[in-house]
Design a binder for this molecule. Structure first.
Ligand SMILES: Nc1ncnc2c1ncn2[C@@H]1O[C@H](COP(=O)(O)OP(=O)(O)OP(=O)(O)O)[C@@H](O)[C@H]1O
Ligand SMILES: [Mg+2]
Length: 275
């Protein structure tokens, strides 16, 4: 985007230019018609391994995008490129229409707006559920202790864990710990949350409670990108399904259509293996 474009609606929506032309983080919403996240021709290599081979992907506000595909197909790497935990070798990551894969963008700001929840919940064992959540609110968002506490309590209520405020992770089930991790992401009030196989490490009987929290978030119209092996979740909850194989998007579209009527041999084979 050139400088002439820069003074128009995008700036009116809260985008500002900082010192030396560096992009400051936007306060407002995206200009009309601009996707929340857009990936354009993303490539990523790990050494000789071409892990992402030109990925284009659009996530609109309110979308629940489910990403499925075989192990090693690049799902996690793609998700991590969305919030720049991995830097693409080439291609563009746009957030609200602005390039964030630009070296001048402050990565802490990116990650405050694009939350992520991992398979391993990564809670601090020596901190209570509440403190695990308030930590980033205090350090990254610079909230006061009272504000952080209020937001953390709201987050815990949201995931049905009001009774675990003062519990340490070691005294919680895996499902409860994962719900704390989701509450931690929610408390940042991000525009979108990325979920990377958040139920895969859980005992089968604990998967349901975490999926139920994610279903509730989808019903609230939250924007989510979900890498998952849970095909029924993808079918029922996702607004769009993306099937990846060998670093490329092979098929994408309506989840029910894709799952009941796969076109490519690769998706047919994958579904035959997992279903
Ligand atoms: N940090 C890394 N260094 C080197 N290779 C990596 C790294 N991270 C991932 N890879 C490789 O990149 C490829 C894609 O990995 P990725 O984790 O994105 O796949 P995935 O689709 O998420 O797989 P899974 O379903 O098993 O989680 C794999 O071959 C993996 O071994
Ligand atoms: Mg993965």
């Amino acid at each position: 985007m050139n400088d002439a474009d820069d003074t128009g609606s995008a700036r009116a929506n809260g985008w500002r230019r900082g010192r030396r032309g560096a992009e400051r983080w936007p306060g407002g919403t995206a200009p009309d018609g601009v996707p929340l996240i857009e990936l354009q021709a993303i490539h990523k290599w790990f050494g000789p391994l071409h892990v992402l081979q030109g990925i284009d992907l659009v996530c609109e506000r309110g979308d629940v995008v489910a990403i499925i595909g075989p192990s090693g197909s690049g799902k996690s790497t793609l998700l991590r490129c969305m919030n720049l935990l991995e830097l693409p070798a080439s291609g563009t990551v746009l957030f609200k229409g602005r390039e964030i894969s630009d070296v001048r963008v402050n990565l802490n700001h990116v990650r405050a707006h694009i939350g992520i929840v991992f398979q391993a919940y990564n809670l601090f064992p020596h901190r209570t559920a509440l403190d695990n959540i308030t930590l980033a609110l205090r350090q990254v968002l610079k909230l006061s202790a009272a504000e952080a506490r209020e937001r953390a309590l709201t987050g815990l209520r949201h995931v049905g864990l009001s009774d675990k405020v003062d519990a340490y992770p070691g005294r919680m089930s895996g499902g409860q710990q994962q719900r704390v991790a989701i509450a931690r992401a929610l408390a940042m009030q991000p525009d979108v949350i990325l979920f990377d196989e958040v139920t895969s490490a859980l005992d089968p009987e604990l998967v349901g409670e975490v999926l139920e929290v994610m279903r509730a978030l989808a019903r609230e119209n939250r924007t989510m990108v979900v890498v998952t092996h849970e095909m029924s979740f993808a079918r029922e909850v996702a607004s769009r399904l993306v099937f990846m194989d060998e670093g490329a998007v092979i098929e994408e579209g309506d989840p029910r259509t894709l799952l009941s009527n796969p076109k490519s041999e690769r998706l047919k084979r994958f579904l035959a293996d997992v279903l």
